[in-house]
Design a protein around this ligand. Structure first.
Ligand SMILES: Nc1ncnc2c1ncn2[C@@H]1O[C@H](COP(=O)(O)OP(=O)(O)OP(=O)(O)O)[C@@H](O)[C@H]1O
Ligand SMILES: [Mg+2]
Length: 373
C-alpha cells in the first residue's frame, strides 16, 4: 500500500520551509490557532486530489513576500518510490511525477485522499451544490473519464449560459443538442457512483447512530416530469434507479426552452441534480438534528474511503482537519475505530486531549508552527 513518507513545503501559505519525514500510519499535527495546520492539509490535498476544499487562487497559496511556492510529497510502498510535486507561481500550477511534468488529471488517483474539514459539516444541511461537488470530487479521483466528462459539461454549460444571458435564441438548439449529450453522460457517471457510495453511507450511518436508518437518493434533473422531492412522491428506491435517458432530458430541455430564455440561465440538467437523504424516513436537510447531520457527514466520509478502497484496491489517506473538536465522544470513537483499518491518516488539532493515550502513543506527533528556515 502506498504511503506518504515525506512532506516538503516551501513558501506555501505561512510556511517558509518545512521537511517532515512521516514515520507512522497516524500523524497528528498539533499547534495553536493560525499555526498552519489547515495549510498542511490543503497542500497535501492539492497534491493528492488535484484540488483543495478551500479552492484558493494560486496567488493566495504563495507565502506573502515570496513569488513562487512548492510542495512535494514522497509516496512509497515495497516497490515504488514516487515524488509528487507541485510548483506554484502567481498564475500557474505545474505538477510533476518523479520530475516529469504531468497534467493534474494524471496526478489524481495515484495517492487518493479523503479530506474531512469543519466546512464539510454543511454537507447534509447545505445546498445541493455541496453534495454534487462532493460526489464529483470523489468521481474524478476514481475515474479519468469522469473528469473529462465533468470538464466538458462545465464548458458547454458556460457556453449555454452565455447564450441565454445574451438572448441568442437562434444558436440555442444546436448547443442544447450537445448539452444533452454531455449532460446525460455526467448524470450516468453520478448515478453509478452514487449507487456504489450510498449503501456504504447507509451502513456506516446505522452503525454510528445506533441502528437508525439513512437512505440516500440521486435524482437526475430532467428525468422526471413531476418534482421527485415533493412529500407525495417519494424518490424512487435505489433498486429502481434507472439509467439516465437522453430522450427524457432532451424533452425536458425543450420544455424549459422559453423559461430558460426568460430566466437567462440553465434550469434543467446536472447543475440541478439533487442528492437527498432520508433519516428514519424524513428528509435530512429539512428535519435532521445537528447530531444526525454530523453522523450522516461522518458516514459519507467513511463511505468515500470504503468506495475508494473497493474501486482502487487501496484505502485513501485521510486528511482530518480539526474535526475531533467538532465531533462528540461517541462519533470520535467511530472514527478512531475506522482508523484501525490499514489506513494512513493526517489529523490536525489544537488540543491533544481529544485523543486517548493509546492513540497518541501510536501516532507521530508533529508540532506546529514549523520552525522558520
Ligand atoms: N499566502 C499567505 N502568506 C502568508 N501567510 C498566510 C498565507 N495564507 C494564509 N496565511 C496565514 O496562515 C496562517 C495559518 O493558517 P491555518 O489556517 O493553516 O491555521 P490553523 O493552524 O489551521 O489554525 P486554526 O487552528 O485556527 O484552524 C493564518 O494566520 C493565515 O493568515
Ligand atoms: Mg485550521
Amino acid at each position: 500500500m502506498l504511503r506518504i513518507t515525506h512532506i516538503h513545503l516551501n513558501d506555501i501559505r505561512n510556511c517558509c520551509q518545512a521537511d517532515v519525514a512521516i514515520t507512522g500510519r497516524l500523524t497528528i499535527f498539533v499547534g495553536p490557532n493560525a499555526a498552519g495546520k489547515t495549510n498542511v492539509v490543503e497542500a497535501v490535498q492539492l497534491l493528492t486530489a488535484g484540488q483543495s476544499f478551500r479552492h484558493a487562487r494560486s496567488a493566495d497559496l504563495i507565502r506573502h513576500g515570496a513569488t513562487t511556492a512548492r510542495a512535494v510529497l514522497t509516496v512509497a510502498d515495497e516497490v515504488r518510490h514516487l515524488e509528487m510535486s507541485l510548483a506554484i507561481n502567481e498564475t500557474t500550477r505545474t505538477y510533476a511525477l518523479n520530475g516529469k511534468a504531468k497534467r493534474v488529471a494524471d496526478m489524481r488517483g495515484i495517492m487518493p485522499s479523503v479530506a474531512f474539514t469543519p466546512d464539510d459539516l454543511d454537507l447534509v444541511k447545505g445546498s445541493p451544490a455541496h453534495r454534487r461537488d462532493a460526489l464529483d470530487a470523489l468521481g474524478v479521483q476514481l475515474n479519468k473519464n469522469y473528469q473529462v466528462i465533468l470538464r466538458d459539461f462545465e464548458k458547454i454549460l458556460r457556453h449555454k449560459n452565455r447564450l441565454l444571458k445574451e438572448g441568442e435564441a437562434s444558436m440555442l438548439d444546436a448547443v442544447n443538442e450537445l448539452y444533452v449529450k454531455v449532460a446525460v453522460q455526467l448524470q450516468n457517471y453520478r448515478r453509478a457512483l452514487f449507487a456504489r457510495l450510498e449503501p456504504q453511507i447507509s451502513a456506516h450511518y446505522t452503525h454510528i447512530a445506533d441502528g437508525e436508518t439513512l437512505h440516500g437518493y440521486y435524482e437526475a434533473s430532467g428525468q422526471t416530469t413531476t418534482p421527485a422531492s415533493t412529500d407525495q412522491a417519494p424518490p424512487r428506491k435505489r433498486s429502481e434507479a434507472a439509467m439516465v435517458d437522453s430522450q427524457a432530458l432532451a424533452a425536458a430541455v425543450e420544455a424549459h426552452r422559453a423559461d430558460e430564455l426568460a430566466a437567462h440561465r440553465t434550469l434543467v440538467g446536472p447543475s440541478h441534480d439533487r442528492i437527498t437523504f432520508q433519516i428514519e424516513g424524513m428528509d435530512a436537510t429539512r428535519f435532521a438534528s445537528q447530531g444526525q447531520q454530523r453522523s450522516a457527514v461522518l458516514a459519507w466520509k467513511l463511505a468515500e474511503a470504503d468506495t475508494i478502497n473497493d474501486v482502487l484496491g487501496t484505502f485513501p489517506v485521510l486528511l482530518l482537519d480539526d474535526v475531533m473538536s467538532e465531533l462528540d465522544a461517541h462519533r470520535r470513537a467511530a472514527f478512531v475505530r475506522y482508523l484501525q483499518h490499514d489506513i494512513q491518516a493526517f489529523i490536525t488539532t489544537a488540543n491533544l486531549d481529544y485523543f486517548d493515550r493509546e492513540m497518541i502513543q501510536e501516532a507521530q506527533i508533529v508540532q506546529l508552527p514549523f520552525e522558520s528556515a
